[in-house]
Design a protein. Sequence first.
Length: 296
Amino acid sequence: MEITILGTSASTPTKERNVSAIFMSYKAEGLLLDCGEGTQRQMKAAGIPLSKITRIFITHWHGDHVIGLPGLLQSLGLSNHMGSIDLYGPPGTKERLAHMFEAFQFDRRLDLKVHEVKTGSVLETNDFKIECASLRHRVMCIGYAFIENEKRRIDMKLVKKHGVPVGPLVGKLQEGHVVTVDSKKITPDMVSDVIPGKKVAYVTDTTQCAGALKLAQDADILICESTYHSDLADQAKEYTHLTAQEAAQIASQAGAKKLILTHFSARYNDASVLEQDARTVFDNTEAAKDLMRIKL
Ligand SMILES: [Zn+2]
Ligand SMILES: [Zn+2]
């Protein structure tokens, strides 16, 4: 899995930072989380072809998270993208997209499948699932978590020791089934280890809430907004955003392994002050930069 942070600015782009978007690539899937203005250009700068996008996840309909959508969908429509794209967003997303398609003259429409989500399971594939939870913002806002399925690693020495012949029975054990060899039951745990899957959570545009904690629970990486320094906590509360320290509290309470801060107010030229603010609570914190890559 590779995560590319495409934009780290809140509300409005700055000279150094674009507005919110994250691209996650996992096997054949390309997951785009939010699509602020200029996202397609950031993807070009990052060397990610637009055709890699298989699914788009929208947190909420504030402009800094969605204004890149018409341009991106226009380009995808003009390109040779023959497949369909699944787009997930909060209730009201279908209607807003319909208005958007009315507002602009799209030459060729992409096959866009729109799903409105609010809480719980968003989708499940053979390799991973996506869950979502409602956050607490001025408008309805959804956070997402990517959860890779756990895998079994078969130990061929143990397979041999228990007399399991190499072949389909090993495949069954790999899938987690109990098999019988010479009227003896062999369980998957007798011949394999379980490797837990990775979890990446994306929590943005919210105050501290149960949904944020749930998504961040045991995450390997929590990508979380930190619009303000803790010395502007009142402002954060008023505009329903998090301070860096509050983001760190979520990471700490949820048992996340690493915190990546993003969605910085334009007043901070250097986001390292926010990183330092968060580190007073949660040490394994890094302030994201545009086009930063994280391998997992
Ligand atoms: Zn925002
Ligand atoms: Zn917002």
